[in-house]
Design a protein around this ligand. Structure first.
Ligand SMILES: Cc1ncc(COP(=O)(O)O)c(C=O)c1O
Length: 385
């Protein structure tokens, strides 16, 4: 049996694979410190679960409208207009099974075979695979100190470029892109008549007084060219609900909705009631989570910087240190170091190679303060052996 070339060219997500290994080791009784987590460690807040349970009890268990329930689309349009400055109407909002599916839909909608999508390095593992699945070609462009460089982006544009993919706050680096950099990217896209896909999955998690900026909000001329994706997963601790959304210009929206109608239809009906509750609940609930993450960053960053060369993140919940000084005879690369830390220190981190950045580790601080102290102490002891 031969499978399609399309499917054979992609590999399993390294982060979800590692999550399986870590869960297995924990089930065997190993005391693993999970610095690999890609999700908040909090449960979804009570108003969200209560609304979801109520919806289930009231029989909201049938198929629903393909692009999402009208009241949720209206509430999302209001949220992005008010909070993000993106002028959106309900007709611009498509609710999907997490922003992972939004991205899949977008790549399918934009790419003809051989079309290029510019992806900054380091990148989230799913970006290149999603582009390849759509027949597109990811074109990798380096960042400088984790920030995009407009000259490097301009140099990478060819007649085949279809879109520039921007992810701020960034996974895996935690970088938050500056207003100037985002504006330059938007201007370049308008000039070249190409799309910008703005992945804002971590918009609710920024630190040290930093502000998240939505590229689509920066100039009215960007509007036809920017596709914004956000999600309930990270900002509201709803990863398992699988509710994310796209804000797109009307013509693009229509084509993506056509695909959506065949691929999945509506997102889980009762999960959408939970999503509405998230938008309507007291914002103080999520502010307190953000404050907890700020404390964790304040704790984790100096511990990390003591061991490795580390750019301080401004968002998400990841540190992305350069570990090259530890590589050589004992550990040939970051994968070997990752494996050693898991076996020797029982600390799970993700290798930078998974994100197109060999010589780095991704360390998630989405875990309790005691675990952060314990994890770095174990890493330090293991490196001194
Ligand atoms: C950068 C980025 N975008 C999108 C997603 C997808 O999130 P979800 O599908 O849960 O909305 C993730 C999840 O880890 C992510 O890191």
């Amino acid at each position: 049996m031969t499978l399609s070339d399309r499917i054979l060219q992609i590999s399993e997500s390294n982060t979800t694979r590692l999550m399986g290994i870590v869960n297995q080791l924990k089930a065997e009784g190993k005391q693993i410190v999970s610095f690999n987590a890609g999700e908040p460690d909090f449960d979804a807040p009570e108003p969200i679960t209560a609304a979801t349970i109520k919806a289930l009890q009231e029989g909201k268990t049938k198929y629903g409208a393909v692009p999402g329930e009208p009241w949720l689309r209206a509430a999302i349009a209001e949220k992005v207009t008010k909070e993000n400055g993106i002028p959106a109407k309900p007709e611009n909002v498509l609710v999907a099974n997490g922003s992972k599916q939004v991205l899949y839909n977008v790549f399918q909608a934009l790419c003809n075979p051989g079309d290029e999508v510019i992806v900054f390095k380091p990148y989230w593992v799913t970006f290149p695979e999603g582009i390849r699945l759509a027949g597109g070609v990811p074109v990798f462009v380096d960042t400088v100190e984790h920030q995009p460089d407009i000259n490097l982006i301009r140099e990478a544009i060819t007649p085949k470029t279809k879109a520039i993919l921007v992810n701020s706050p960034n996974n895996p680096t935690g970088a938050v892109y500056s207003r100037e950099a985002l504006f330059e990217i938007g201007k370049l896209a308008v000039e070249k008549q190409i799309y910008v896909i703005s992945d804002e999955a971590y918009e609710g998690l920024v630190y040290d007084g930093e502000k998240h900026i939505s590229l689509a909000s920066l100039d009215p001329s960007f509007e036809p060219w920017v596709l914004t994706t956000q999600t309930f997963s990270k900002s509201y601790c709803m990863t398992g609900f699988r509710v994310g959304y796209l804000i797109a210009p009307k013509d693009v929206f229509k084509s993506i909705n056509n695909l959506h109608s065949h691929l999945t239809g509506n997102v889980c009906t009762f999960a959408q009631y939970g999503a509405l509750a998230a938008l309507e609940m007291d914002p103080a609930i999520m502010q307190s989570m953000q404050e907890t993450f700020q404390r964790r960053l304040d704790l984790a960053y100096p511990l990390c910087a003591e061991l490795f060369d580390t750019v301080k993140p401004k968002g998400a919940f990841y540190l992305f240190p350069n570990v090259e000084k530890y590589l050589g005879d004992q550990f040939k690369d970051d994968d070997a170091l990752t494996e050693y830390l898991l076996q020797e220190a029982q600390v799970a981190v993700v290798s930078g190679s998974s994100f197109g950045a060999p010589g780095h580790l991704r360390i998630s601080f989405s875990t309790g303060e005691e675990a952060i102290k314990e994890g770095f102490a174990r890493i330090k002891a293991a490196l001194q052996k």
